[in-house]
Design a protein around this ligand. Structure first.
Ligand SMILES: NC(=O)c1ccc[n+]([C@@H]2O[C@H](COP(=O)([O-])OP(=O)(O)OC[C@H]3O[C@@H](n4cnc5c(N)ncnc54)[C@H](O)[C@@H]3O)[C@@H](O)[C@H]2O)c1
Length: 343
C-alpha cells in the first residue's frame, strides 16, 4: 500500500507495534520512517496533528489469533482502533479509513451479501470488526469521516509475507510438498482479492469527495473472485506442475462461509478497476517463492504465520498476554524451524 500511495503523490508515515519485524521473505520492506515501535492503544492526538487521513491497518489480523486470546483481540482491534480514531478526531484529521473485513458476514452462505446485510460474525476476530465499525460510526461528524473497507481475504506476494491466508498458503504447500491438502471439504465460499487491488481501493477512498465515503461501508473485492475453497485448490494444482489435490480424512466444511456482493464499490467508483484474478495471483506467488528460494523449512517456520510468531513472542516473555510489548528494543529474529504443521 505504501508504494502505491507514494506513487500517487501522497506523503506516508507509519506507526506499528512491530510484532513481525524480520518476518520477511526477500528484501524491500518500504521505509516508513525510523520510529520506535508504537502501540495504537496508546495513541495521543499530538502524534496525528497535521495529517489529512489515518489508515488503520493495525490489528490482530485473523481468526486463529482471535481464538488464542479473545481479550487481546478485543483490546487491539476494538479499543486500539477507537483510541486511534478518537486521537485522530481530536487532532483534526478529517478522514479515517478502517481496514474492516468480509469476515463480519461470518456464516452468511452462498447468497451474495451486500453492505446492509445483517452481520453474523462467527469468530471473535469478526466480532471485533463489527463492533469497531459500529463505534467508529458514532464518531462520524461534519469534520470526521470514518470509512469501513470490508476487504475480502487477501492474497499476493509481499516481503512481509503471510502464509495463513488461503491462496498464499495453498500455493506454498503445493510448491514445497507437491500436494494441496485441504483440512475442510472445500465447500465454503470465500471472496478473495489481491493486496494491490485492496490498496487501490484505499487510495480511491482517500481521494474521493467526502460525501461519497462519509460513514460508509464498502465491500472490497470482485464478484468473479467469490470462489469455493476447492476451486482455489484446483487452480493451485493446475498452476504448480506435478502437484496433486487431497482432502483430510473426515474433513467437513468450516464455519466461515460467505459470498459477497461488490456492486456498491463498482457503482460508486466506476473508474476503480480491480485488476488481479486469483489465477494470476497464484502465478505471481509461485514466481515470488521460487525467486526467493522458498523452502519447506520456510513453510513450517514461525516467520510467515501470525499465530506461530505471536506464540513465540509470548513464550519468550517479549509480549504480555494482552500483546503489549515488554521491551522497546528489537525482537530477536523468528525461529527458523518448528514442528511440521500444515495450516
Ligand atoms: N489479510 C487479509 O486477508 C485481510 C482481509 C480483510 C481485512 N484485513 C485487515 O487488514 C488489516 C491488515 O492486515 P494484514 O494482513 O496486513 O495483517 P498483518 O498481521 O500482516 O499486519 C498487522 C500489523 O498490525 C500491527 N499491530 C498489531 N497490533 C498493534 C498495535 N496494538 N499497535 C500498532 N500496531 C499493531 C502488527 O505489528 C502488524 O504489523 C488488518 O486490520 C486486518 O484485519 C486483512
Amino acid at each position: 500500500m505504501v508504494p502505491l500511495l507514494r506513487s500517487a503523490g501522497h506523503q506516508v508515515d507509519g506507526l506499528d507495534l512491530g510484532l513481525y519485524e524480520g518476518c520477511d521473505l526477500g528484501s524491500g520492506i518500504e521505509d516508513i520512517g525510523a520510529r520506535p515501535p508504537a502501540d495504537m492503544r496508546d495513541t495521543e492526538p499530538g502524534q496525528l496533528a497535521g495529517y489529512d487521513a489515518v489508515i488503520c491497518l493495525a490489528a490482530l489480523s485473523n481468526d486463529p489469533l482471535g481464538h488464542l486470546n479473545p481479550e487481546a483481540t478485543f483490546s487491539v482491534n476494538l479499543e486500539g482502533t477507537l483510541q486511534l480514531a478518537r486521537a485522530a478526531k481530536r487532532a483534526g484529521v478529517p478522514r479515517f479509513l478502517f481496514a474492516s473485513s468480509c469476515s463480519l458476514y461470518g456464516a452468511a452462505g452462498s447468497a451474495g451479501v451486500a453492505e446492509e446485510a445483517e452481520l453474523t460474525p462467527v469468530t471473535p476476530y469478526g466480532e471485533t470488526k463489527v463492533l469497531a465499525e459500529r463505534e467508529l460510526s458514532l464518531l462520524a461528524s461534519d469534520d470526521f469521516s470514518p470509512v469501513y473497507l470490508r476487504n475480502a481475504t487477501a492474497y499476493g506476494a509481499s516481503t512481509r509475507l503471510r502464509l495463513d491466508i488461503v491462496v498464499n498458503n495453498l500455493t506454498a504447500v503445493a510448491l514445497t510438498t507437491g500436494e494441496v491438502r485441504l483440512e475442510s471439504d472445500g465447500s465454503p465460499w470465500r471472496p478473495l482479492v489481491h493486496i494491490e487491488d485492496i490498496s487501490r481501493a484505499f487510495l480511491a477512498m482517500l481521494e474521493a469527495p467526502r460525501e461519497v465515503i462519509h460513514d460508509q461501508a464498502f465491500n472490497v473485492g470482485r464478484a468473479e473472485d467469490n470462489v469455493q475453497v476447492r476451486d482455489i485448490a484446483e487452480m493451485v494444482r493446475d498452476a504448480v506442475p506435478g502437484s496433486k489435490l487431497s482432502f483430510a480424512d473426515g474433513a467437513g466444511p468450516d464455519l466461515r462461509d460467505y459470498r459477497v456482493d461488490f456492486a456498491k464499490l463498482n457503482d460508486t467508483f466506476p473508474d476503480l478497476k480491480l485488476a488481479w484474478s486469483v489465477r494470476s495471483g497464484i502465478d505471481e506467488l509461485a514466481g515470488f517463492y521460487l525467486a526467493n528460494g522458498f523452502s519447506y523449512d520456510d513453510f513450517t517456520s514461525s516467520r510467515f504465520v501470525r499465530l506461530r510468531r505471536i506464540q513465540e513472542l509470548l513464550s519468550a516473555g517479549l509480549v504480555d498476554e494482552m500483546l503489549r510489548r515488554r521491551t522497546s528494543g528489537q525482537f530477536p529474529a523468528p525461529a527458523c524451524r518448528v514442528a511440521h504443521e500444515v495450516g
